[in-house]
Write a protein that binds this ligand. Structure first.
Ligand SMILES: NC(=O)c1ccc[n+]([C@@H]2O[C@H](COP(=O)([O-])OP(=O)(O)OC[C@H]3O[C@@H](n4cnc5c(N)ncnc54)[C@H](OP(=O)(O)O)[C@@H]3O)[C@@H](O)[C@H]2O)c1
Length: 369
């Protein structure tokens, strides 16, 4: 067998701006650049001490990557160097190891980047070994056991300041059919015994999906021409205790008037503005924050890694007692195996047009689920 591995990658060519990524590869302004290279497995210097060579199996598509593709100094991660694979989380198989933590054949989740093979530091904070006995298919490490589940968890159990004893509340979740949203709706509907969960999603199919996630969930289609009437009807005479917002923009501006006085907004994301910051120019929001004395809590889930053991123990209980149901962890998997690797950037942009229900994953290697 040849010791030469052919590697395909998309490198970060220009930092992204506040506009959509530029996929016009014929221009020097393109955000990414396709690249091929070879790794020689027999080269003793291929791996630095502590490094592993990983074959990428699945890539995670995350709205946060739009920020990771930029050079913003305000980001919670340092800017990725230009000329390196575009940053992305992923799972893969260790082909060669120069670390005591991993051996050949182990599975790993890490910042792999848009590349078929990645050289990764085994000691990096975001590099985790994977126990494949826990899953029925590998992609579940990005969906059921992914960072999006952790994000939903801390939004519900920590940043909302609620406890499951706080029953009969009214919750609003935007981006409800996505990876974080669909887990959050399950947790809120089943563990907090709310009066209702209003779940905002795009299109009739996604509305049906979010309503299937638990009791007392009312889906609202924000793409419908009757959105504001539908919202008012679903809410009735109630007011919202906690709004878990992932979208910002018009959805936040509109909904802020329906919160209770001293209500809370947990700001998980702001996806509507990632390609156009003018979408976060508000008309009414600040006035409602003021008049209703709203409390707003933003967070970034990596701050909670210190509590990971405790969180995982509780999540396991939630799976066992049926609060979380693995069969309701929907995955939308798109194919970038073989020659389809070149489609990776274009597939990724589907995050902003709502192609996914549940966790959006790109499959890179054949032969794995
Ligand atoms: N704070 C943290 O630590 C943390 C961690 C992970 C994720 N996040 C944030 O949480 C949000 C969701 O992440 P995710 O991984 O769950 O992504 P996701 O699976 O892509 O879900 C996001 C959903 O938002 C909807 N959406 C996209 N553009 C929209 C727009 N302009 N207006 C309204 N809805 C829109 C899409 O569904 P529709 O078809 O319904 O439009 C999409 O499925 C993102 O804002 C992300 O940045 C934050």
């Amino acid at each position: 067998m040849s010791n030469i591995i052919k590697v395909k990658q998309y490198l970060l060519n220009n930092y992204s701006t506040t506009k959509p990524v530029n996929l016009n590869y014929d221009t020097p302004e393109a955000t990414f650049k396709y690249n091929e290279l070879e790794y020689d497995l027999s080269d003793a210097n291929l791996l630095k001490p502590g490094e592993i060579l990983v074959e990428t199996i699945h890539l995670s598509n995350d709205p946060a990557q739009k920020g990771w593709f930029s050079s913003s100094k305000d980001s919670y991660l340092p800017p990725s160097p230009l000329g390196e694979p575009a940053p992305a989380r992923g799972i893969g198989k260790v082909l060669k190891s120069n670390s005591e933590k991993f051996k050949e054949g182990d599975f790993v989740e890490a910042q792999l980047g848009w590349t078929t093979h990645a050289l990764v530091g085994a000691d990096q904070t975001l590099t985790f070994p994977l126990d494949v006995s826990k899953v029925s298919k590998l992609s579940q490490f990005l969906s059921v056991f992914g960072l999006t589940t952790l994000t939903a968890y801390v939004a519900a159990y920590k940043y909302s300041e609620l406890t499951p004893k706080d029953t009969d509340k009214v919750f609003l979740v935007s981006g409800a059919a996505g990876a974080v949203g669909s887990v959050l709706v399950q947790i809120l509907a089943k563990d907090f015994k709310p009066k209702k969960v209003l779940a905002i999603a795009g299109g009739a199919d996604k509305v049906k999906f979010v309503e299937s996630l638990g009791p007392n969930v009312i889906g609202i289609d924000y793409k419908s021409s009757t959105y504001e009437e539908d919202f008012a009807k679903a809410l009735g005479d109630d007011k919202i205790d906690v709004f878990f917002d992932q979208v910002a923009g018009e959805i936040l501006d509109h909904a802020s008037q329906y919160l209770k006085t001293f209500g809370k907004i947990v700001q998980i994301g702001a996806i509507s503005s990632y390609n156009d910051p003018t979408k976060s120019n508000f008309e009414n929001y600040a006035t409602h924050v003021l008049l209703k004395r709203l409390r707003i809590q933003g967070f970034i889930v990596i701050d909670d890694f210190k509590d990971l053991d405790k969180i995982i123990t509780h999540l396991e209980e939630l799976f066992q007692n049926g609060t979380l149901d693995k069969t309701k962890f929907y995955e939308t998997v798109v194919d970038a195996t073989g020659d389809n690797f070149v489609k990776i950037p274009e597939l990724w942009t589907g995050l902003f047009t709502g192609v996914n229900k549940g966790k959006f994953i790109t499959k890179v290697a054949k032969g794995y689920d």
